[in-house]
Design a protein around this ligand. Structure first.
Ligand code: KMH
Ligand code: ZN
Length: 270
């Protein structure tokens, strides 16, 4: 089986130290957390930034600082979020792309997000996809529900996205698809031959879905954005601890973990 790509989502727009005091905030803290995660086997760093008090921001100056520091400490693929936080404008969400990260997320549809709405109408998808193509940024298609796969394939048909796509199934967000084995199997069966996928299981689904993905030949995302616990009721100490568990499970069943260079090859980025 192809080596396993582990993405580490160091912090989410919605994750704060109120829920886990180990969440990294500043560019320096994010870079240290990225390095620790890479030592344990992460090859992609999914990046959200915030102000010093944890307030989410898409400020390009903060993204630039975090990006530079992560690149100094690791050779990971740095993947910017274009989802940002619920309620951010398209302009805000697109702005950090000018820094030309290697990779960025693209959510191909609108979804309820707890009691809020994560808004991704056609104009948002098209603008972000065009900008990523212009700047040669590899998109990762974020799928919160099944219809988003169809939307992404429609963008390919219209020439706005290029094959082979890489999907990330974000499963277990209240409002989106659930976190069962049947649902993962359904999504993995919907994507065309030659494309790649990973799974980001939210909360308690992180380890179960990640383990299933390892066995199925998919890839895995873990980290504080998706889950702040190591075990039920026990907070994780670091992002690296969550990465290490996935790497260990994968090696135990005979699947090696990809380096960043190997991840670039698997994702056809070079
Ligand atoms: N914060 C969520 C509303 C992404 O990074 O592209 C959206 C999100 C997706 O986190
Ligand atoms: Zn994110």
């Amino acid at each position: 089986m192809e080596k396993l790509i582990i993405t580490c989502a160091l912090k989410g727009a919605e994750t704060t130290r109120d829920s886990n005091p180990n969440v990294p905030y500043t560019p320096e803290e994010l870079a240290v957390a990225a390095e620790e995660a890479c030592v344990e086997g992460a090859s992609i760093i999914h990046l959200h930034v915030c102000q010093d008090d944890g307030t989410p921001t898409m400020d390009p100056a903060i993204y630039e600082k975090a990006h530079d520091l992560i690149k100094k400490r690791t050779d990971a693929i740095v993947q910017f979020s274009t989802g940002g936080a619920v309620g951010m404008s398209l302009e805000e969400r697109a702005a950090p792309l000018d820094l030309k990260p290697e990779m960025a997320t693209l959510t191909t549809g609108t979804v309820n997000f707890g009691r809020e709405v994560f808004y991704n109408p056609a104009q948002y998808m098209e603008t972000l996809a065009r900008k990523m193509a212009e700047l040669d940024i590899k998109p990762e298609i974020e799928v919160f529900d099944a219809g988003m796969i169809k939307n992404a394939l429609f963008l390919v048909k219209r020439g706005l996205l290029e094959m082979p796509l890489h999907f990330d199934f974000v499963m277990g967000v209240p409002g989106g698809i659930g976190g069962s084995a049947a649902e993962l199997n359904f999504l993995a069966g919907m994507i065309p031959e030659g494309t790649t996928w990973s799974v980001a299981g939210i909360g308690r689904h992180e380890t179960t879905l990640g383990t299933m993905a390892i066995a199925m030949g998919g890839h895995v995302r873990v980290g504080f954005e998706d889950n702040i616990y190591y075990h039920r009721g026990v907070l994780a100490e670091s992002n690296a601890q969550l990465v290490a568990r996935m790497a260990r499970i994968s090696r135990e069943i005979g699947r090696e973990v990809a380096t960043p260079e190997e991840a670039r090859e698997i994702l056809k980025m070079k």
